[in-house]
Design a protein around this ligand. Sequence first.
Ligand code: NAI
Length: 302
Amino acid sequence: MTMRFDGQVAIVTGAGGGLGREHALALAARGARVVINDLGGARDGSGGSASAAEAVVAEIEAAGGEAIANAASVTDYAAVQAMVDQAMAKWGRIDILVNNAGVLRDKSFAKMEIEDFRFVVDVHLMGAVNCTKAVWEIMRGQNYGRIVMTTSSSGLYGNFGQSNYGAAKMALVGLMQTLSIEGAKNDIRVNCLAPTAHTRMTEDLGAALPLEALSPALVTPGLLYLVSRDAPSRAILAAGAGGFERAYVTLTQGAFITGEDAPEQVAARFDAISDRTGEIVPEMGIAQGMIELTKAKKAHGG
Ligand code: NAI
């Protein structure tokens, strides 16, 4: 069956270009009414203009869809709240939030100013927190919501020169893990998307593939699934160039070690602790403690 979003309202942050624009165009083409949010600044977050968002609204309207432009910075909670009020006043509900807005200020940690660290965390992490907080009660009241956090391979696995960006992106995974648990009883599903695409953000990287092969449009199908009625929750979906993979935060079976020489034993048995045979994906944080207690009980004959 075709995936449709008729009657639904979506907010896509940073939708004036790149991935956000593709997500917004696709949602609108499949029936959603979309708030096109974009500050319209440079890649490093400087400057700003409403024209980026307005151009995407014009594209959607030209194709027969419905959209409104919004130039709030996701870092400004009052402006984000006003954006949500604007959508509610016009359409009366918010079904989908795509936290996509982002900036880069790459430097090795040795050379990075604290201000550049703080700024990148503020846009990616607090930007997503602000937008999510502003729609959370609405989604709870509707007993329906779909939220995506845009994470990154740099957060999941690290990347030279991106300590600020990587820390912010992995923080979004932590945010998603807890919100998916808290949102479950109101059918609010929260997921992460880890994209790879040629956009202005990645234009310096020098692609190994022709640029069309890295089109943002090849990521958007993954986003659409994550915000659809049948979406999973708590998934980390990687997507790029037509490839789709899933990332997990796992826990190994490990070992039980106590006693005087425990530090030496941890060192000696680090390979066994690291062995991935039988590793699990805990349902929630408390699972780690339960596994540890079970080992202790066993060791004490319980
Ligand atoms: P982009 O630079 O084309 O898009 C980011 C958009 O966010 C821009 O239009 C920008 O104006 C907007 N923005 C920045 N700060 C904002 C703020 N404070 N408030 C509202 N809007 C703001 O880059 P791209 O690649 O489309 O990035 C989209 C998301 O995907 C970002 O979160 C990025 O970190 C993430 N990502 C992209 C990857 C890629 O390969 N392109 C890889 C991994 C993650």
